[in-house]
Ligand binder design. Structure first.
Ligand code: NAD
Length: 248
């Protein structure tokens, strides 16, 4: 197991399926974590389950003022240091391209892409200023951002945009020991995919060589690796965790 003792991390969307698993695994590896989300009760529940080294921070990522303050809040809660940022929160508002409403586009871009940009910018500034020579930024993208998906033009654009944005930051900060990478999950069993009906699930499984959906822990394990000291020479990459659904 990778050792993150002494490292501090912020995980967004920690009240969700994948975010909860990421928070648990980072914590299990020894990191002190700040978990962020909109639902205070769920944050408190996870914080009390994990006990020491875990703080809950409420933040609505659709609200720019709240997003602008989140990194400072996390640094304060984590004792003055942020080593690892995991931008995991995300949402879908699906509709066919030709009838997609402006609000559906704007809402998904705001949470999935704009808030990710703002948090990366603030975290990178903090990591540079700290001169610790260590920083990890990990963004949860999606297979939809790689191959597209009918009904998800907004979501696919946000997740593909995340990849280009991550590569750009990675090039700017690599010499300071800060890495920036994406993980592109395929289909993972969480509340986000619970909305699929049996017929859809069966059709998707047909397209996955592993013939099954992944679990939140499959994604969390990839996060732990990219957060580790051992991944210091990996930057600007997208790690595809999808059961072989897309091979690049
Ligand atoms: P989920 O719905 O269980 O969790 C999403 C999290 O994002 C929740 O905690 C939710 O509260 C949070 N969130 C949404 N809007 C927010 C806002 N305005 N402010 C703050 N938090 C907000 O879904 P999940 O499957 O755990 O998704 C986690 C990430 O993985 C997302 O970025 C998603 O796009 C990505 N992803 C999921 C799958 C999958 O198959 N489940 C596949 C590819 C990518």
């Amino acid at each position: 197991m990778f050792d993150l003792t002494g490292k501090t991390a912020l995980v967004t969307g920690a009240t969700g399926g994948i975010g909860g698993a990421i928070a648990r695994q980072l914590h299990q590896c020894g990191a002190t974590i700040a978990i962020s989300g909109r639902q205070r009760d769920k944050l408190d529940q996870l914080a009390s389950e994990l006990g020491e080294r875990c703080m809950g921070l409420s933040c609505d990522l659709a609200n720019k003022t709240e997003v602008a303050g989140l990194i400072d809040e996390a640094v304060k809660a984590l004792g003055g240091r942020l080593d690892i940022l995991v931008n995991n929160a995300g949402l879908t508002k699906d509709n066919l391209f030709m009838v997609m409403k402006d609000e559906q586009w704007d809402d998904v871009i705001a949470v999935n892409l704009t808030s990710t940009f703002m948090l990366m910018r603030a975290a990178a500034r903090h990591m540079m200023r700290s001169k610790s020579g260590f920083g990890r930024i990990i963004n949860i993208s999606s297979v939809s951002g790689i191959i597209g998906n009918p009904g998800q033009a907004n979501y696919a654009a946000s997740k593909a945009g995340m990849i280009g944005m991550t590569k750009s930051l990675a090039r700017e900060v690599a010499s300071r020991g800060i890495t920036a990478n994406c993980i592109a999950p395929g289909f993972i069993s969480t509340p986000m995919t619970d909305v699929l009906n049996e017929k859809q699930v069966a059709a998707i499984k047909e397209a996955i060589p592993a013939q099954a959906f992944g679990t939140p822990d499959d994604i969390a394990s990839a996060v732990v690796y990219l957060a580790s000291r051992e991944a210091r020479y990996v930057t600007g990459q997208t790690l595809h965790v999808n059961g072989g659904m897309v091979m690049i």
